[in-house]
Design a protein around this ligand. Structure first.
Ligand code: COA
Length: 209
C-alpha cells in the first residue's frame, strides 16, 4: 500500500509540482507574448504558435510532446476561456476559426478552414469554422472548412466532420454522422467531463455511473 508523504518529503514533492506549474505558466507568457491573451495560460513542451491574428481567453492550455502542436495561419483565430489543445494537434486559420469556451482538442486533431487546393480546376474551398462552447474533439478527428459545431458536441476519435452539427450531439465516423443526442446534468458546460469540469453537478454524474 502506498505510504502517505509527510514532512520534508511532502514539501519536496509540493515544490516540484509548483516548479513545474510555474515553468509552464512562464512558457505560456513567453510563447503568447505580443498576442492578446487572458490569465493563466499554461504551455507544456514546445508548440509552434505563430498564428498572426490570435486571441485566447483565460486558462488557455497547450501541450506539445513527441509530436509538435501547431496553431498557425494568417486568418482570424479566437479561443474562449478554458480551452485545451493536446499534443500533435494542428489548427490553421487562413480566414476564420472561432472556438468557444471550454473546448478540448484531443491528440492529433486537425482543423483548417481551407482545403488549400481546388478540385477539377475549381477554386479551393475556404470557409470559416466555428466550434461551440464545451465541445470535445476526439483524438485524430478532422474538422473541414465551413463546419459549425454547436455547443457541447462530442466528436468521436477519428471522425471526419464535413457538415454542421447541432448542439449536444455525438458524431462519429467518416464522414461523421450523428450517433445520438447527448443529455447533460443541469449546469454542465463541457462534453469532456472530468474532475476539473466546472460543472456543479459532477457528483450527480458520478452517482449515476
Ligand atoms: C465517443 C467516445 C467518447 C465514446 O462515447 P460514448 O458515449 O461512451 O459512446 P459509445 O461507446 O456508447 O458509442 C456509441 C456508438 O458510437 C460508436 N462509436 C464510438 N466511438 C466511435 C468512433 N471513434 N468512431 C466510430 N464510431 C464510434 C460506437 O461503436 C457506438 O455505436 P453502436 O451504437 O452502433 O454500437 C469514444 O468512443 C471516443 O471516441 N473517445 C475519444 C477520446 C479521446 O479522444 N481522448 C483523448 C484525450 S482528450
Amino acid at each position: 500500500m502506498a505510504q502517505e508523504l509527510t514532512g520534508w518529503r511532502r514539501r519536496r514533492v509540493e515544490l516540484q509540482w509548483y516548479r513545474a506549474v510555474y515553468k509552464q505558466q512562464a512558457r505560456g507568457l513567453w510563447v503568447l507574448r505580443g498576442k492578446k491573451h487572458g490569465r493563466h495560460a499554461v504551455i507544456f513542451g514546445k508548440p509552434i504558435i505563430d498564428a498572426t491574428d490570435l486571441e485566447v481567453g483565460d486558462d488557455f492550455k497547450v501541450w506539445a510532446g513527441p509530436r509538435p502542436t501547431l496553431i498557425s495561419g494568417w486568418g482570424r483565430m479566437r479561443f474562449g476561456d478554458r480551452c485545451f489543445v493536446n499534443v500533435g494537434s494542428t489548427i490553421i486559420s487562413v480566414e476564420e476559426i472561432i472556438v468557444g469556451d471550454d473546448v478540448a482538442f484531443a491528440n492529433d486533431v486537425y482543423v483548417m478552414d481551407s482545403d488549400s487546393h481546388g478540385v477539377e480546376g475549381r477554386p479551393h474551398k475556404q470557409a470559416p469554422i466555428h466550434i461551440g462552447d464545451g465541445c470535445w474533439i476526439g483524438a485524430r478527428a478532422i474538422i473541414l472548412p465551413g463546419v459549425t459545431l454547436g455547443k457541447r458536441v462530442l466528436v468521436a476519435a477519428g471522425a471526419v466532420v464535413t457538415r454542421d452539427v447541432p448542439d449536444d450531439c455525438l458524431v462519429a465516423g467518416n464522414p461523421a454522422r450523428i450517433v445520438r443526442e447527448l443529455s447533460y446534468p443541469v449546469g454542465c458546460r463541457r462534453a469532456w467531463h472530468d474532475e476539473h469540469c466546472p460543472c456543479p453537478k459532477i457528483e450527480a454524474v458520478e452517482d449515476t455511473a
